[in-house]
Design a protein. Structure first.
Length: 262
């Protein structure tokens, strides 16, 4: 399997600098500390995935010249992961057709309720020049589905919000973990191959009731045992050089626009 990941945005919900905290602990002279909110582009065997539509996604897609997608995967229904969804209208216009989106039941219900004008039926293409046209699909943790031959298995992430999912691609060659405090034990059983790349969030090094600390992130990395790990979703408490200095040799912090081939 050949794959590519682009970290479109490496920041947590406030971005860096944030309105409240500014640069915080981050060195403003290091451009890798300037972070938009988190969305991720994944391309596997030519199939193009977007994970989450953060409020900065238009800027990110323009900067990376991403003009077409095969689907969008949603991890959970928090604003920093969903509220750029309207910008998918441009993908509809370019491609001239509907776009499939996948998420858990609570996430899809949130999108259908709050962004009802985007929703199209599976066999009905709207006037995509005028209107976004998204086709929602509900997925369940530990139940795989396929997108143009690529196997995607949602995994359960616990204690962040009522429903949060990560995604295992092709039995584990790429694993994407979103916000979590704990990763469900069942998630590790969904990995049946050596993990080539793991993407995992670190909002702050010391964690919180809803976010894992660096020590908890390290435990998850050890369980998945990947060839390499990228840490993203970093708030202003996470200086790029400081995180890079205290993580293992094959674990490195993300920055906006980071590209990893695996």
């Amino acid at each position: 399997m050949s794959g590519k990941v682009i970290v479109l945005g490496a920041g947590a919900a406030p971005g860096v600098p944030s309105l409240c905290m500014g640069w915080g602990h981050c060195n403003p002279d290091n451009p890798k500390n300037m972070r938009l909110r988190t969305s991720t582009y994944v391309e596997i065997e030519g199939v193009r995935f977007l994970i989450d539509t953060c409020p900065d996604v238009r800027t990110q897609l323009v900067k990376q010249n991403i003009r077409a997608l095969d689907c969008v995967l949603y991890t959970h229904a928090h604003a920093d992961h969903v509220h750029g969804i309207d910008d998918l209208r441009e993908i509809n216009r370019i491609m001239g057709t509907n776009l499939d989106i996948y998420g858990g039941a609570k996430t899809i219900r949130y999108i259908k309720h709050n962004f009802s004008y985007l929703i199209a039926k599976a066999n009905q293409v709207k006037n995509v020049v005028r209107t976004p046209s998204l086709v929602p699909h509900v997925v369940k943790g530990n139940h795989p589905f396929y997108v143009k031959g690529v196997k995607v298995t949602p995994i359960k992430l616990l204690q962040h919000c009522p429903e949060c999912l990560g995604f295992v691609f092709n039995d584990g060659e790429y694993v994407h973990v979103a916000d979590f405090k704990r990763v469900a034990e069942s998630a590790f059983k969904m990995v049946n191959k050596k993990v080539k790349l793991l993407v995992v969030p670190l909002t702050t090094p010391y964690g919180s009731i809803q976010h894992a600390s660096l020590d908890e992130v390290r435990d998850v990395i050890a369980r998945f045992n990947p060839v390499q790990t990228v840490i993203n979703h970093m708030a202003s408490e996470c200086d790029y050089d400081e995180i890079n200095a205290i993580t293992e040799k094959n674990v490195f912090p993300a920055y906006d626009g980071l590209k990893v081939v695996f």
